[in-house]
Design a protein around this ligand. Structure first.
Ligand SMILES: Cc1cc2nc3c(=O)[nH]c(=O)nc-3n(C[C@H](O)[C@H](O)[C@H](O)COP(=O)(O)O)c2cc1C
Length: 422
């Protein structure tokens, strides 16, 4: 895979500018965010940009980066640089991956497929969301041999979990990322203000509606919620949306009520808040793929994960969308790295907004860094090309930060000096 190197990328931006062409995406994250907001529906914006409670953890995800400072070293011959690294036996061009993000159809009509296309062309791993808008098989087909993983939300139906695991393996996934921090949806004021939950309109449930086991569960009698149903323009719109998104003929689905039935079934079984450590044995029995736990923030949980034989730890607070007041991911990193002691890879996301952030996490011992909201905004602004442009910018930014700090490789970043100014 031939990737553009940082100096070429930088030169091409300036040269194109000299002949009057500016890049499609702003380079500054806040500008990117503002431009994306103008492009997105208010409900999509609330869903993507919002966090839990007062969004204190979302803010902490950023402020923690400012506390750590890089101490650049000089005269170290950094002419030849590489960002190449290894993850679960895969050779990666850069220590980045695209975090799982659900309901991308709210952001762009090509949704997950566009992201898969951009990530696949660059050999950067894409973690397919359990709440994707496009089935994993279609995204996998857009990626060739490029690495991908499947992110699992543990459903109430063990049969459905097994079916997802089998499909992930067949779709060429290199691992199963089990998200542990969303056994229930966090309290999210921006969505609550708009009374907006995209799943109710059949958005973000494509992994389910494309699944044979889920389709069987849909046939079972629904115990019902007892909630009163009021007929209104909004409820009709919801019905039409859910019906249109269900695979197959609209009229046939309308007659059989398949769309609404799928939504009801999803709501009934999507999460299992009573899972415990022991349940990990079940996963191990049903997949030989590496198992990575997403949402780990406490060193004792990391220790326990190792005891249970997991293959990777993924530090994340879900971008501040779950527990408001939770520690930032970067704050959790050093303690977890100390426990893990290189036994398994340590992935991290939540609050990363550019190359210097990634450098700091790598220097503190992370193996790879997850990009989240920034790629959603790039997708909103320019589809697959937007995501590719963003990834090129992040690679160039990290490569230059690395070289200017006196490091030539990811291994050297791990020995870089950071000071905590707190
Ligand atoms: C709109 C949105 C949807 C998300 N959907 C999922 C998901 O389906 N599964 C999951 O494990 N994490 C999900 N996440 C969390 C991300 O994987 C990641 O942890 C988070 O975006 C990192 O924070 P950041 O975007 O602020 O950097 C979602 C995040 C956002 C913003």
């Amino acid at each position: 895979m031939q990737l553009i190197n940082a100096l070429d990328r930088q030169r091409s931006v300036y040269l194109q500018g000299a002949s009057g062409t500016l890049q499609k995406l702003p380079f500054d994250f806040e500008d990117l965010e503002k431009r994306a907001q103008q492009q997105m529906h208010p409900k999509a914006w609330a869903y993507v940009a919002g966090g839990a409670g007062q969004e204190d953890t979302m803010q902490a995800n950023r402020t923690e980066f400012a506390r750590w400072r890089i101490v650049p070293r000089m005269l170290r011959d950094v002419e030849s640089r590489t960002l190449g690294t290894q993850l679960f036996g895969l050779e990666l061009p850069v220590p980045f991956f695209l975090a799982p993000i659900g309901v991308l159809e709210m952001v762009h009509p090509e949704a997950d497929r566009a992201v898969a296309q951009a990530a696949g062309a660059m050999g950067i791993p894409y973690l397919f969301s359990n709440q994707a808008s496009v089935p994993m098989e279609i995204c996998a087909a857009a990626m060739g041999n490029s690495p991908r993983f499947f992110q699992l939300y543990w459903s109430k139906s063990d049969e459905l979990v097994v079916s997802f695991l089998q499909r992930a393996k067949a779709a060429g996934c290199s691992g199963i990322v089990v998200t542990l921090d969303t056994t229930m949806l966090g309290w999210r004021p921006r969505d609550l203000d708009l009374a907006s939950l995209p799943f109710l309109s059949g958005m973000g449930i494509a992994q389910y509606t494309s699944d044979p086991v889920f389709r069987q569960i849909m046939e079972e009698p629904d115990p019902g919620t007892g909630a009163p149903t009021t007929i209104s323009w909004e409820s009709i719109r919801t019905l039409i949306g859910a019906t249109r998104r269900f695979p197959g003929s609209f009229w046939k689905n309308l007659r059989s009520n398949a769309g609404i039935n799928a939504v009801r079934t999803f709501i009934r079984i999507y999460s299992r808040p009573n899972i415990t450590w022991k349940d990990l044995h079940f996963l191990r029995q049903h997949t030989d793929l590496p198992i990575i736990l997403k949402g780990i923030l406490h060193p004792d949980d990391a220790r326990k994960a190792l005891d249970y034989g997991v293959d990777g730890i993924y530090i994340s607070n879900h971008g501040g969308r779950q527990v408001d007041g939770a520690i930032s991911a970067l704050e959790a990193l050093p303690g977890i790295v100390e426990v893990v002691r290189n036994k398994v890879p340590v992935l991290i996301d939540s609050g990363f907004r550019g190359g210097a952030d990634a450098f700091k996490a790598l220097a503190l011992g992370a193996t790879a860094v997850g990009i989240g909201r920034p790629y959603c905004y790039a997708l909103a602004l320019n589809g697959a090309a937007g995501v590719a442009e963003l990834l090129n910018n992040w690679m160039a930014d990290l490569e230059l930060t690395m070289g200017l700090a006196g490091c030539k490789s990811v291994d050297e970043i791990k020995t870089a000096t950071l000071i905590n100014t707190y």
